[in-house]
Design a protein around this ligand. Sequence first.
Ligand SMILES: [Zn+2]
Length: 212
Amino acid sequence: MKYLKPEFEREDFHCPFCGVYTHQIWGDILENASIDGSGWHHMPNFKGALCNKCKEISIWKDGKLIYPDNPNMPPPNEDLQEEIKLDYNEAASIVEKSPRAAAALLRLAIEKLCKKQLKEEGKDLDECIGSLVKNGLPIQIKEALDVVRVIGNESVHPGEINLNDNKDVAYKLFELVNIIAQDRITQPKEVSKLYKSLPQKKLDGIDKRDKK
Ligand SMILES: [Zn+2]
């Protein structure tokens, strides 16, 4: 499903905490400034939205989301391994404050995706990307990967932080993690599901044709 970013007073969106598309319950935020706890005040500029799924409350001021920090990130691809999803979400939570740290985490996520999940050969990210291309990764994705890999970054060891990473690179890397997952995992899976849903007679026909 398409990612629906959190929007003020909208009833359903992808939760900025858990990433699930779900119902949000909006309410006023009260403040208690008195020492004896007697005086509760409305905070007229503030509103909160309670996620129906994870029960976390996002906080909005003057119609703008102020907590959590970085809500406008699409969630990680569903088919990614849990460990990679965690790296992705952690990077999303810090990208505004430290794009370099986020970029380092995302490079690590891409390397894990290539080596562990897709079982590509290669001693580093560069070689893994080469192996991905050999196995059918579209050249456009490879070029985008090369750009973010090379910008200010000659060494791509996992976890290494490079001084020249900027926010644009970090944001591009989020996109790339999901694009690779979509291209290498989700799409083939869906095509194979579609294929298997054909009636056996048709499948036999295709089989015969391919054997000719
Ligand atoms: Zn949630």
